[in-house]
Design a protein around this ligand. Sequence first.
Ligand code: NAP
Ligand code: MG
Length: 499
Amino acid sequence: MSKKQDKTQKAAIADLALDFSSGFKYEPAPESSSHVKLEKQYELFIDGKWVAPIDEKYFETTSPATEQVLSRIAEASAADVDKAVKAARNAYENVWSKISAKERGKYLFRIARIIQEKAREFAVIETMEGGKPIRESRDIDVPLAANHFFYYAGWADKLEYAFPGKKANSIGVAGQIIPWNFPLLMAAWKIAPALAAGNTVVLKPAETTSLTALKLAEVFQEAGLPAGVVNIVTGAGATGAAIVNHPDVNKIAFTGSTDVGKIIQKAIAGTNKKLTLELGGKAANIIFEDAAIDQAVEGIVNGIFFNQGHVCCAGSRLFVQEGVADKVIKKLKDRMKSLIVGDPMDKNTDIGAINSKEQLKKINDYLKIGVNEGAEIFQPACTLPKKGYFCAPTLFLHTSQSHRIVQEEIFGPVLAIQTFRTVEEVLEKANNTPYGLSAGVWTDKGSKIFNMTTKLKAGVVWANTYNKFDPASPFGGYKESGIGREGGLHGLLPYLSLS
Ligand code: NAP
Ligand code: MG
């Protein structure tokens, strides 16, 4: 190579390096919504039919990214809930508890396959109404929802093997109430084990995210699921309360905030209703000095910024061992600068829209609280869309155990960082919260992982990874994070009585 050629090549490489350091600019890559079919108005799904609410009340559902109205949704009163429970009871007594377990399994397999066929439509609707990036709805929420139906379809005719030496009896009508952060997936987590175990269902989705549950009702119709086996009643908190207080419901499964969980627990005290609660969290993500740092940084980013931090098991508290703290924080800040915040329908977007105006206000209030408490705030420079509800990824440095941003659930893309020196110190700090849903440990040493997993008071502990879900693996919390488990074999138990 001549000297001149060598010089030209070096200049080209230098140009490239310049390009890398200034970051890639992606062209917009919006997912199309032209294949999505949404009704102007949705009724209640009761006894296999679409029925208008008795009070003729409706509410609007909007896109949190564009603030456009997507559809009108029926608001179920206590009288509508009563109709739904009667339909579920009738289906339980006369159809679902009479057919063979193998038949039940067939319906569940069919539902799983139809979800797969309609995966693209489900993903787009989930993103339009919920605000989460299309990449997540497409690659996580929808496939996992289908997998839950597949998984529990397999159990339907094998309950005698699941609980050897016992007879597994269904319990009747299950009332299920779910939140807005994983609308379709939470519906799948609730409905699939209930049906596999032989029960019927009345389900209420969250007010801001009813659409994929209503689309699921269309799947049930297409699958030929007998009328009344699953009923979907949309509405606000009062609709949920009407399910909880209905005397003919045998089991309540609730996912949502700890405050509402406590109200529900009080409401059913003294009744025969079974109860599972999946509530809030304030997970600790712990990085030791011997961890693979780049991998850990990627895990932290996934743990808190995934789904805008609208994840009950989000790794919202970061504990870094002192020796690597500066390195981790620098890498974390650099990585945050490359995150794309914006249109959730764009396939490049990492952080989509906050689910509602109210939730955005709650997060922004916590940002102020953090600053007033004396923590140092870091947000990468990013232009947020003018319309819609968006929040930049945020770090809080120099926080301490007594800070509210360390103790309280923010449910947004906000990470509070503390450092530690010893295993004992980090265990004490990590466990010092009213919650106990999940945790993460990053280290090269297997023995350290086992030591930590036995001592961390959390239902799920991930090691050298974060936010991984599988239908075969049980999920649930300690302390104020909940009661009972969903997923896996454990997830069948709350829907059965063993004799
Ligand atoms: P939320 O207010 O507790 O709502 C959850 C569901 O309960 C919604 O469908 C809600 O209806 C309904 N509801 C409200 N008041 C009720 C009442 N008195 N009786 C019966 N039902 C009632 O929670 P959110 O703000 O929607 O969701 C965020 C919270 O859920 C966070 O705290 C998060 O940690 C938690 N979460 C936990 C898990 C888990 O697996 N542990 C998973 C996801 C979310 P409306 O939508 O009309 O309010
Ligand atoms: Mg709410």
